[in-house]
Design a binder for this molecule. Structure first.
Ligand code: GDP
Ligand code: PGA
Ligand code: MN
Length: 617
């Protein structure tokens, strides 16, 4: 303590002054900002207006402070490289909490903590945490400003990197403040890197704190995040708000906030279909969102790559929007041969985090090109050659870029009403058991498939890569309430749909491996062959074969033209091993048991039916 809280936000900086708007909602906002400032004691407050000039100044400042490296504009105009602290590279599920009043509302899959207890802890760590720094006030909208499915929020943060990232990932600025001023409800989010500066103390390139908390208050619709600068922990509009908090709002209002990409698939006749797909982090959402079909006549338009908000319409269909405005994508594995659309999207105006730096001032990561450049600076700033024996880019290195830069973004991707869904996919990373594609028999079976997804862990979260874990609906780390209730909510939403207009549900697995450990399916652009079958299937053009786990394609209906796929591999992609599936059913029962009375009876019925079918084989 000592230094007084600086609540005078009208410093003569020439920008970022407190808005001169009027309206009943603004008083509540400024009162809240003052309250957070009194706790965190920043030197300055900057109200972010979202202008290009403001963004330029912010980026320039970060370059001057050594927090960003400006890339060579000849190769990558308007682009920057950030290197995080080596310990602050991914989401931290063990430090992520749901602080609902009742423990039961957080459910068995979340870290629950009592709100009163964690508020005390947070008050302690946030006290003076912004000393010596600027506190930015960032009003943001998820979805087009004022849209019927949109929601707004405000993030207060002492991280300029977070501000620049939020500016790309959401719609920021004065238009949002006008909504707040007019009395629109908004969500409060507070973020501090937890590294106050003493007077005159020099800052470090990536301030963060060893102690970290990412806390959600579903009852008061608030997020408090402390100690981490990493996107998933610091861009609070994204996973924290648009998934954890929004899932709670959706539960109460009758809609769904999902960890899904959203695309429009156009068939050779020009007919359009909308597909949403839930895959766990680093399991192929961004890639499928930017799919370039390898089969002739098909086209894909990108609508979203990570989060989809879905609402039942009066017409008995589900309507979906992408609430985000940018992509926060995994860099490694993104290259000319896998995701050329992403590579083209990243031509400029991109913030890269933890990728490698080339001597010519451009970036590189594993998979961008087949061969590594002979000499690089790795993500930690060390000299690197292909002989170094370690990756040059961090496995969870990321790019942050505006969706509008995507060459195949749909013209109407910002449409406030959203698009009607025809297909929902659930998937994960499964080396064994789960076939390339499988159709659910009905909505309830589809919810069963979603609820039982398991997937091998990736570098997107802390922990052991490759370890199999349940990740229902790819929402394990992102559901803000009791996952058992969430399953029930999905069933309830299904009841609101017209039976002939509900999206059809499929499960996919691009990641099945042979005994030799190689992927059996070529994936990427060839995933269009699976989409093609799905679309012909929902159009009633092809039959499917019943199996104990769901409906499978007849091999002759898959378009495999031009694909060099050994027959043995094809068979293995669809092989169903009864013993393994019975064992998986036992594990599902154990998993379901953890939800106690919150597990919908319909899912127990589905499990019993699965076992019956397996035992009859
Ligand atoms: P997201 O985090 O869910 O958006 O996942 P990404 O689309 O960024 O992909 C994560 C990783 O999975 C990257 O290394 C991709 O190259 C890889 N990947 C994505 N799609 C496929 C696929 O169809 N097959 C294989 N083998 N790998 C894929
Ligand atoms: P993703 O999420 O891994 O699903 O792209 C980003 C993050 O929060 O780490
Ligand atoms: Mn992604």
């Amino acid at each position: 303590s000592g230094r007084p809280a600086a609540t005078d936000s009208t410093r003569p900086s020439g920008r970022g002054i407190r808005p001169s708007l009027e309206g009943p909602g603004l008083a509540a906002l400024t009162a809240w900002v003052d309250q957070v400032a009194a706790l965190t004691q920043p030197d300055r407050i900057h109200w972010v207006d979202g202008s290009a000039a403001e963004n330029d100044a912010l980026l320039r400042e970060m370059v001057d402070e050594g927090k960003l490296i400006k890339l060579n504009p000849e190769w990558r105009p308007g682009s920057y490289l950030a290197r995080s602290h080596p310990s602050d590279v991914a989401r931290l599920e063990s430090r992520t909490y749901i602080a609902s009043e009742r423990e039961e509302d957080a459910g068995p899959t979340n870290n629950w903590i009592a709100p009163a207890q964690i508020r005390q802890t947070l008050d302690g760590v946030f006290e003076g945490s912004m000393r010596g720094r600027t506190m930015y006030v960032v009003p943001f909208s998820m979805g087009a400003v004022g849209g019927p499915l949109s929601h707004i929020g405000v993030q207060v943060t002492d991280s300029a990197y977070a501000v620049a990232s939020i500016g790309i990932m959401t719609r920021v600025g004065t238009a949002v403040l006008e909504q707040i001023a007019a009395g629109a409800p908004w969500v409060k989010t507070v973020h501090s890197v937890g590294t106050p500066l003493a007077p005159g103390e020099a800052d470090v390139a990536w301030p963060c704190n060893d102690e970290k908390y990412i806390v959600h208050f579903p009852d008061t619709l608030e997020v408090w995040s402390y100690g981490s600068g990493y996107g998933g922990n610091a861009i609070l509009a994204k996973k924290c708000f648009a998934l954890r908090i929004a899932s709670v709002i959706g539960r109460d209002e009758g809609w769904l906030a999902e960890h899904m990409l959203l695309i429009r698939v156009i068939d050779p006749k020009g007919k359009a279909y909308h597909v949403a797909a839930a895959f766990p982090s680093a399991c192929g959402k961004t890639n499928l969102a930017m799919l370039r079909p390898t089969i002739p006549g098909w086209r894909v338009e990108t609508l979203g790559d990570d989060i989809t908000w879905i609402r039942p319409g009066e017409d008995g269909r589900l309507w979906a929007i992408n609430p985000e405005a940018g992509f926060f994508g995994v860099a490694p594995g993104t290259g000319e041969s896998t995701n050329v659309t992403a590579v083209e999207t990243l031509w400029g105006n991109t913030i890269f985090t933890n990728v490698a730096l080339r001597p010519d001032g451009d970036v590189w990561w594993e998979g961008l090109t087949d061969e590594a450049p002979p000499h690089l600076t790795d993500w930690e700033g060390n000299d690197w050659t292909p002989a170094s024996g370690r990756p040059a880019a961090h496995p969870n290195s990321r790019f942050t870029v505006a969706a509008a830069q995507c060459p195949q973004i749909a013209d109407d991707w910002e449409t406030p009403e959203g698009v009607p869904l025809d297909v929902i996919l659930f998937g994960g990373r499964r080396a064994t058991n789960v076939p390339l594609v499988l159709e659910a028999t009905d909505w309830s079976h589809g919810v069963f498939l979603g609820s039982t997804v398991s997937s091998e862990k990736t570098a997107a979260q802390e922990g052991t890569v490759g370890e199999l874990r349940r990740d229902p609906f790819a929402m394990l780390p992102f559901c803000g309430y009791n996952m058992g209730d969430y399953f029930g909510h999905w069933l309830k939403v299904g009841e609101k749909l017209r039976f002939d207009r509900a999206p059809r549900i499929f499960q996919v697995n691009w990641f099945r491996k042979g005994d030799d450990g190689r992927f059996l399916w070529p994936g990427f652009g060839d995933n269009a062959r699976v989409i093609d079958w799905i679309i012909r299937r929902i159009d009633g053009q092809v039959e499917a074969v019943d199996s104990p786990i769901g409906r499978l394609p007849r091999v002759e209906d898959l378009d495999l033209t031009g694909l060099d796929l050994p027959e043995a591999d094809l068979a293995e992609l669809f092989a169903i091993d009864t013993e393994s599936w019975l064992a998986e059913a036992d594990l599902t029962e154990e998993f379901f048991d953890t939800f106690g009375s919150h597990l919908p009876a319909a899912l127990r019925t589905e499990l019993a039916a699965l076992r019956y079918r397996l035992q009859r084989v």
